[in-house]
Design a protein around this ligand. Structure first.
Ligand code: ATP
Length: 251
């Protein structure tokens, strides 16, 4: 039997991509021993206002941010589509391209995952990939079982640097253990199921909204984004309109 691939997917508006996104992706790569991380800027995100920067600029910034990072790849799958980008459609497209649900790990911040019940095709979307939920300041990972009790049984806490011995099935590797306060499933992690992994990593306390607002007020964004992204934003005079910066806020 050939070993399964282990591919992470980091979706988002990336308006712009920032150090918090990079920290979340890095944590998922290490914790789940992923071979690749696909970074997918969304076209028109559901549940929020239009991005300020064009898809072209957002993709360019993603490419600059991940340049030289082994295993990271920018993917324009969602940007090529018209209309709204839904995770469920994207995961289905990846299945059509030959990926199996157990090969895919959808990386998401804890703040976004709290809204999962509002996502298109919930709860089936959870069966299309493993989910790798990374803590974000203000949303500790340990709160998730209590805040999403219907999903608590599927959650497994995992150390940010756990990794996994190569070529061993997940359930044999010891990766993932039941979250405290969550009842142990009788059959811990079965290969035919997808899992919600909870990764308690420290990620930069940055948001794209804060970056847009800082830019609109002509404040420095150094340290919030990689330097190549900072340079791109300055060179192309992005996010200088105060009204647009405020309107696109939210998350
Ligand atoms: P905005 O401020 O415009 O709402 P954002 O900073 O939340 O944007 P998004 O592109 O909407 O960025 O986020 C994409 C994904 O990255 C989401 O799953 C989100 O939870 C996660 N994410 C964003 N920032 C962080 C962070 N600082 N730490 C951990 N995860 C993050």
């Amino acid at each position: 039997m050939t070993a399964r691939r282990r591919v992470g997917i980091l979706g988002g508006t990336f308006d712009p991509i920032h150090c918090g996104h990079l920290d979340a992706g890095t944590a998922a790569l290490a914790a789940l021993d992923l071979q690749e991380l696909l970074v997918l800027p969304s076209n028109i995100p559901p549940h929020r206002p239009q991005p300020v920067a064009s898809g072209y600029h957002r993709f360019a910034m993603v490419a600059l941010a991940i340049s030289g990072r082994r295993g990271w790849r920018a993917l324009d799958l969602e940007l090529r589509d018209d209309g709204r980008s839904y995770t469920s459609d994207t995961l289905q497209r990846l299945h059509d391209l030959g990926f199996h649900a157990q090969e895919l790990f959808f990386v998401v911040g804890a703040d976004a995952f709290l809204e999962i019940a509002t996502w298109k095709n919930y709860p089936e979307v959870l069966n299309l990939a493993h989910f790798a939920v990374v803590s974000r300041r203000g949303v500790p990972i340990g709160d998730l079982p209590a805040r999403l009790p219907a999903l608590a049984e599927r959650m497994r806490a995992i150390a940010p640097t756990a990794g996994r011995p190569k070529d061993r099935p997940l359930h044999e590797s010891g990766v993932g253990h039941a979250v405290q306060g969550v009842p142990e499933a009788s059959d811990p992690i079965r290969m035919h199921e997808t899992v919600i992994f909870l990764i308690d990593a420290t990620t930069a306390d940055v948001s794209a909204t804060a970056i847009r607002v800082a830019r609109a007020h002509r404040e420095s964004i150094a340290g919030m984004v990689p330097s190549a992204v900072c340079q791109h934003i300055e060179q192309h005079a992005l996010y200088q309109d105060v009204t647009a910066a405020a309107e696109a806020g939210g998350g």
